[in-house]
Design a protein around this ligand. Sequence first.
Ligand code: 5RP
Length: 224
Amino acid sequence: MNQDELKQAVARAALDHILPHLESDMILGIGTGSTANCFIDALAEVKYRFDGAVASSEASAERLKSHGIPVYDLNTVSELRFYIDGADEANEHLHLIKGGGAALTREKIVAAVAKEFICIADESKLVDVLGAFPLPVEVIPMARSHVGRELVKLGGDPVYREGVVTDNGNIILDVWNMNILNPVEMEQAINQITGVVTNGLFAMRPANALLLGTVGGVKTLTTE
Ligand code: 5RP
């Protein structure tokens, strides 16, 4: 199986996971990226079994709408039973690095509201220590240099992601060479820097389940 087939398999497994729980008035939280796109395409097959979705990016909202799935503003929704999204890295505690697609802030907001966060990824994303993937940080544009200097003090090498403006009108710094031994502490420390909107560590609110596409089939990791 190639990486694309692993993503399709894991998207299908996520659909199987939520299918028994779908209700006609249910709204789902939907993430961003190529694995989330596989999930959106699979979800379209059962679109009459739930009400609609909240998207973590404009790109995902467009894809959902192209399938005829209604997209809601999060402020009009009181409950999200599930949030389904990919990740750039995951560890065995289901702490994640996200934001390769620059959607980390909206992803974190939707994940915060959701009762159950199901992370879907191919097996290449599972690591012992987070940080080989450069950690994305969303930053208010005028704070770029200040935040960069503060990130260097935390031991990282921030690189401005050229040409990228987030859906919120901000910029991304990708922080290299972070050996993230304590993801909760690091997530909090970076979020304390003035000018940071949020960072791509999902450790204070980890995934509830990680569905990993492997050549031997889909493996499920949970923290419970
Ligand atoms: C976007 C994300 C994605 O979930 C992450 O980049 C993984 O993407 P893909 O499924 O394409 O590998 O966090 O901001």
